[in-house]
Design a protein around this ligand. Structure first.
Ligand code: G3H
Ligand code: 13P
Ligand code: ZN
Length: 321
């Protein structure tokens, strides 16, 4: 059942975080739905511009609609990840999305507000909620690369003005993470002081954490043993920090890279061990199982595991479309 993102936020805020997982194909979709049902968790499906252009944006929509029929017990929202203004309008007008993210964080503060406000006005007229970003994460998002020197944490005082002036429903804040597999070298923690300040300034507004993959050392080791060349010193977010962050209002936690690592590990190991094989279905099946287990594990760390019966009861009759 596709529901509004706002309804999921309302139930989760301050208690647990909802996993927001990017999908690009049917194998990820099957693993995602199965993992969320196995762990009895609500979730958010995210589609990036890259995912929408990978084949055809309507293909992903059709895959999700079919998954909805195969897994009628699932409760989730569909979200545009890192949209520009034109893509946000396309998703809003499609009637399929529960929410969009307008990412104008690379613009000046004033321009970010102006663009975000235009998107909010158009989205709210259709009952769709908007996530907007303030501050700059390091790493690569879509076609924009931000080096660490230009990454900047969200200023809590600016956050209040930004949310009030734009009317956005959720704030993607830079709180010490970055996108991709190369976030930190060595141990690093989230900036809990900044999260706390933001929550004090805009209580009740869900905070979104991008760049939340944990880049498991064991996954990187196995990929490299099977022929990969990932930097073995790569580190991500400590999974044990998800829940403490959720208690401070971090309500949506975005995870993509870790799922790509699962895909890479499964396929590298499979073809290393069976070099004469060329049927993609056997590793595809292994991947769907591994992806489902990965999702269930993440949901446990986010605190969303086990919440599905209460969410379903609260939202029954509130399907989005
Ligand atoms: O933050 C970006 C997400 O990981 C999506 O990545 O733009 O390569 O689909 P993508
Ligand atoms: P990761 O690269 O850490 O998985 O972050 C994904 C993300 O923020 C998608 O918007
Ligand atoms: Zn992101």
């Amino acid at each position: 059942m596709i529901v509004t993102t706002a309804s999921l936020y309302k139930l989760a805020y301050g208690k647990y975080a909802i996993g927001a997982y990017n999908i690009n194909n049917l194998e990820q979709t099957m693993g995602l739905f199965r993992g969320c049902l196995d762990s009895q968790a609500p979730f958010i499906i995210q589609l990036s511009k890259g995912a929408r252009n990978y084949t055809n944006k309507r293909m992903l929509e059709a895959i999700i609609r079919t998954a909805d029929e195969i897994f009628p017990d699932a409760v989730y929202a569909v979200h545009l990840d890192h949209g520009d203004e034109a893509t946000c309008y396309d998703c809003i007008d499609s009637g399929f999305y529960s929410s969009v993210m307008i990412d104008a964080s690379h613009e000046s503060f004033e321009e970010n507000i102006a663009i975000t406000k235009r998107v909010v006005d158009r989205a709210h007229a259709r009952g769709i909620s908007v996530e907007a970003e303030l501050g700059q994460l390091g790493g690569v998002e879509e076609d924009i690369k931000v080096d660490e020197g230009h990454a900047s944490l969200t200023n809590p005082t600016e956050a209040v003005e930004f949310v009030h002036q734009t009317g956005c429903d959720a704030l993607a804040a830079a709180i010490g993470t970055s996108h991709g597999a190369y976030k930190f070298k060595g141990q690093q923690s989230l900036h809990f002081d900044v999260i706390r300040h933001i929550q004090e300034k805009i209580p009740g507004t869900p905070i979104v954490m991008h760049g939340s993959s944990s880049v498991p050392v064991e996954e990187v080791r196995r990929i490299n043993e099977a022929g990969g060349k990932l930097d073995p010193s790569a580190r991500g977010v400590d999974e044990n920090e998800y829940l403490p962050a959720a208690k401070l209002g971090v309500t949506k936690i975005n995870i993509d890279t870790d799922g790509r690592l699962v895909w890479t590990r499964v396929h590298r190991e499979f073809f290393r061990d069976k070099p004469a094989d060329f049927d993609f279905r056997p590793p595809g099946k292994i991947f769907m199982d591994a992806y489902a287990a990965f999702i269930a594990h993440k949901n446990t760390k986010l605190g969303s595991a086990g919440q599905l019966p209460a969410v379903r009861e609260a939202l029954s009759g509130a399907a989005k479309a």
